[in-house]
Design a protein around this ligand. Structure first.
Ligand SMILES: [Fe+2]
Ligand SMILES: [Fe+2]
Length: 280
């Protein structure tokens, strides 16, 4: 039976808010007047955020030969936008690392899947020469946050959903809509709005399964859609739905992606996976 919108919104309100330090980092990195010093000051006030950022900055993914040992260095070397992505990664990690019931996602699975999607999205931007790789990284990281909100309903109707998938030949999100009334992408958009995230993130989360329906950010949403599909292909951290959401041709067309681009990104992802600290 479909769930009422007010129940979903209540569940969103019940979730812990995004740490204020992460919200301030987002606001500061968006403002061109901000100095590296101000940013360092805000991040430095949150020891968990600072430690998480340094750990990430030193992972093989960022590929720096020497060790980045101070926040100041991380901000200067990585730049403001990548700093925002890292701050977001360490702020949402505790959410994404929780057990997600319903989707049968392994422990830490959503975190791993989200990180891989983020990395694939950034690689894709690089290959396609799109100028917003770091925004795509953050959007990739957050794309499935709606699962945190509706997993409880998915758990109730999970086996029914799966049966229907085989019968009805619908995609998993279409089934979520049919049975719960909302899919996890739409609900993720509500959550992102509730967290006051910028509209490019809200839309790319809301439309990551229907990218060409995004009014203002169809290109970014398509990047996230394709990155999500590639990350799912690796079979790491995906839940029951991961094989039921193929990459849509319309997204490939919108981005003019060639098959060879996809192969290159898969091989990039394979290389990132060689680093055992990548998901730490
Ligand atoms: Fe999704
Ligand atoms: Fe996903």
């Amino acid at each position: 039976m479909p769930v009422k919108l007010e129940h979903i919104l209540k569940r969103i309100q019940a979730l812990p808010p995004l740490p204020t330090s992460a919200m301030r980092v987002i606001a500061l990195t968006k403002n061109p007047q901000t100095s590296a010093r101000e940013l360092e000051h805000v991040i430095g006030q949150d020891p968990a955020l600072a430690a998480g950022m340094l750990r990430q900055a030193n992972s093989a993914y960022y590929g720096y030969a020497r060790r980045i040992s101070s926040l100041q260095e991380a901000i200067v070397v990585l730049g403001f936008q990548a700093t925002q992505g890292l701050a977001m990664a360490s702020a949402v990690a505790p959410f994404l690392k929780t057990q997600i019931v319903g989707y049968e996602i392994e422990h830490d699975g959503l975190w791993k899947h989200s990180m891989l999607t983020a990395m694939a999205a950034k690689s894709l931007c690089r290959k396609l020469k799109l100028p917003y790789g770091d925004v795509a990284f953050t959007a990739g990281l957050l794309h499935d946050i709606g699962k945190l909100v509706i997993s409880i309903y998915v758990q109730e109707v999970g086996s029914y959903l799966l049966e229907k998938v085989t019968d009805a030949k619908l995609s998993y999100v279409e089934l979520e809509e049919k049975v719960i009334g909302f899919n996890h992408a739409t609900v993720g958009g509500f959550l992102a709005k509730g967290w006051n995230l910028p509209n490019d993130l809200v839309e790319s989360i809301s439309y990551h399964h229907a990218p060409t329906s995004s009014q203002n950010h169809a290109e970014l949403a398509s990047v996230i859609h394709v990155a999500n599909g590639l990350a799912s292909l690796l079979g790491i951290g995906g839940g029951v739905d991961s094989f039921l959401n193929p990459i849509k041709q319309e997204a490939l067309d919108l981005l003019s992606i060639k098959e060879s681009n996809l192969e290159l990104i898969i091989s990039d992802l394979g290389e990132f996976l060689l680093d055992p600290t990548i998901f730490s």
